[in-house]
Design a protein around this ligand. Structure first.
Ligand code: AMP
Length: 213
């Protein structure tokens, strides 16, 4: 199964990717996670990416296309994958097509902008393994501590309210046109994001069940 998961920032792409990854035993590939890792390591690519990310803008295509190309050609992806956060623009989708990557389905998680702003203010991320939490909807067992690895949780720089609004504008202007792009190819499946993570997961699994072998 080769799947793309899309949705506004904070729609729950990462959380649902984890669920699909566990159920279907395929890797979830998040360009956002890869870029944050590069920022943390202070690589030249990370330094370039940081200024765009902090400003709520997309990192230039050549950077993300390069990292995704390397990853998809690795053995890990031979039985399928979930792309979380890529492509995020029509040129990126065209680059994926040009790589000869065949996609089976594109899942879009729909959440209203007002809800997104509310959700982002409660998001917390593990400083070590990158796991994502929410103070109200997906709280860690111990406040401020990752359930998986015990490291401290932090608030992403780009989750600041002003940056979230910029990211939403970028999403609507640049990423959302992908829905039409993939609908025209008969690949688009839309799911309404629910209040509870488990309810969204149920909707996602129902929508994807028709792709199960
Ligand atoms: P995410 O974790 O998916 O919300 O991504 C965080 C930030 O990383 C985005 O706001 C962008 O600045 C950058 N980013 C992630 N994926 C891409 C992509 N496919 N193209 C350009 N920028 C990206």
């Amino acid at each position: 199964m080769r799947l793309i998961i899309m949705g506004a920032p904070g729609a729950g792409k990462g959380t649902q990717s984890e669920k699909i990854s566990a159920k279907w035993n395929i890797p979830a590939v998040s360009t956002g996670d890869m870029l944050r890792a590069a920022v943390k390591e202070g690589t030249p690519m990370g330094l370039t990416a940081k200024s765009y990310m902090d400003g709520g803008q997309l990192v230039p295509d050549e950077v993300v296309i390069g990292i995704i190309k390397d990853y998809l050609s690795s053995d890990k992806c031979s039985d399928g994958f979930i792309l979380d956060g890529f492509p995020r623009s029509i040129p990126q989708a065209e680059a994926l097509d040009a790589m000869g990557v065949k996609i089976d389905a594109v899942l879009s998680i729909e959440v209203a902008d007002e809800k997104i702003v509310e959700r982002m203010s409660g998001r917390r991320i593990c400083s070590s393994c990158g796991a994502s939490y929410h103070v109200a909807y997906k709280a860690p067992k111990t406040e401020g501590i990752c359930d998986h690895c015990g490291s401290a949780l932090y608030i992403r720089d780009d989750d600041a309210a002003e940056t979230v609004l910029k990211r939403l504008t970028t999403y609507h202007n640049t990423t959302e046109p992908l829905k039409e792009y993939y609908a025209a190819k008969g690949l688009l499946v839309c799911v309404e994001g629910q209040e509870e993570v488990a309810d969204t997961t149920a909707e996602v699994m129902k929508a994807l069940s028709k792709f199960e072998a």
